[in-house]
Design a protein around this ligand. Structure first.
Ligand SMILES: Nc1ncnc2c1ncn2[C@@H]1O[C@H](COP(=O)(O)OP(=O)(O)O)[C@@H](O)[C@H]1O
Ligand SMILES: [Mg+2]
Length: 250
C-alpha cells in the first residue's frame, strides 16, 4: 500500500534536554493512526517535526503526501476575521481566486456542520465547539491528503467531543486523508483510528502499536468500551498512559 508519511530514527532535544530518541512511525495513505502517550512524552514535538514546523536534531522525515492540514487543541483563529474568512485564509495563501475560495470554504464549513449563518460571525461570537468546527473546516478546505490533529477535542465536554469525533471520522472516510491523531483519551483513539501507536513515556521510540478491529464509524459502542477496558486492564502497553510528570511544562 502507498505510504503517506515515514518517520525514521527521529531524535530531538530542547536546550540540550533530549525529548525524543529513535522514534519511527509509518502511516499508509488514507490511514488514521492515533498517537497516545503520557503528557510531556513528546507527542506534539513529533507532530511538529513530521509537519516540518520543527527541524529534528536527528532522523529522517519522508512526506509522500501532497498537502497537510493541522488542527490543534486551541483553534488559533484570526480574531478580526469572520468564520468564513478564517476558513478561506489558507486558500488565500494558495492564491486561489475569490469565488473559488468562497465555494471551497463553504463546502468545508458544511463538512464541519457549520450553518451558513455562523460563517459571518467572528470567533468571539462563537462557542468553543463552534470555533473548533471552524478550525476543522479550515484544515479541510485545502483538500488535504494528510491531517495532523493535536488533542483537538481535549477542551470540549464529552457529548460535544463525540460529535466532533464523528465529524472527523466522516470526513476521513469521505476525503480519504491519512491522519496522525494525537490524544490521551483512549476511547477517542479507538473510535477515530485504524491503529493506535503508544509513545514511550520518555519519548524513546514507539513502545508498541495495536490495530483496532473494524472500521472507524462502523464500530459498536459496546465493542469499543470492551476494547478500551481490556487495553487498560490487561495490556502492559497502556500501563503508563495516564502518568503525568508534573515537573514537565504542559
Ligand atoms: N519549545 C520548547 N522549548 C523547550 N521545551 C519544550 C518545548 N516544547 C516542548 N518542550 C518540552 O518537551 C517535552 C515534550 O513536549 P511535548 O512534545 O509538548 O509533549 P506532549 O505533546 O506529549 O505533551 C516536554 O517536557 C516539554 O516541556
Ligand atoms: Mg502535546
Amino acid at each position: 500500500m502507498a505510504t503517506a508519511l515515514t518517520l525514521t530514527g527521529i531524535g530531538h532535544a530542547y536546550l540540550g534536554r533530549t525529548v525524543l530518541d529513535g522514534v519511527g512511525l509509518t502511516l499508509a495513505a488514507g490511514e488514521v493512526v492515533a498517537l497516545v502517550g503520557p503528557s510531556g512524552c513528546g507527542k506534539s514535538t513529533l507532530a511538529h517535526i513530521a509537519a516540518g514546523v520543527v527541524e529534528p536534531l536527528r532522523g529522517r522525515v519522508e512526506r509522500a503526501y501532497r498537502r497537510h492540514g493541522m488542527v490543534f487543541q486551541d483553534p488559533r483563529l484570526l480574531p478580526w476575521a469572520t468564520a468564513r474568512d478564517n476558513i478561506a485564509y489558507p486558500l488565500r495563501l494558495m492564491r486561489l481566486p475569490r469565488a473559488e475560495r468562497r465555494a471551497l470554504a463553504e463546502a468545508a464549513a458544511e463538512r464541519a456542520a457549520l450553518d451558513a449563518a455562523d460563517l459571518d460571525k467572528y470567533p468571539v461570537e462563537l462557542s468553543g465547539g463552534m470555533r473548533q468546527r471552524v478550525a476543522i473546516a479550515r484544515a479541510l478546505a485545502i483538500d488535504p491528503d494528510f491531517v495532523y490533529f493535536d488533542e483537538p477535542f481535549t477542551a470540549l465536554d464529552v457529548a460535544l467531543k463525540r460529535r466532533m469525533q464523528d465529524l472527523v471520522i466522516a470526513a476521513s472516510r469521505a476525503l480519504h486523508f491519512a491522519a496522525l491523531f494525537i490524544t490521551h483519551d483512549l476511547m477517542e483513539a479507538a473510535r477515530v483510528a485504524h491503529r493506535v501507536a503508544v509513545m514511550d513515556a520518555h519519548g524513546r521510540g514507539i513502545a508498541g502499536e495495536r490495530a483496532v478491529p473494524g472500521t472507524p464509524g462502523e464500530r459498536g459502542d459496546g465493542d469499543l468500551y470492551r476494547l478500551v477496558a481490556s487495553f487498560l486492564a490487561d495490556d502492559p502497553l497502556f500501563r503508563h498512559i495516564h502518568d503525568v510528570d508534573e515537573r514537565r511544562a504542559p
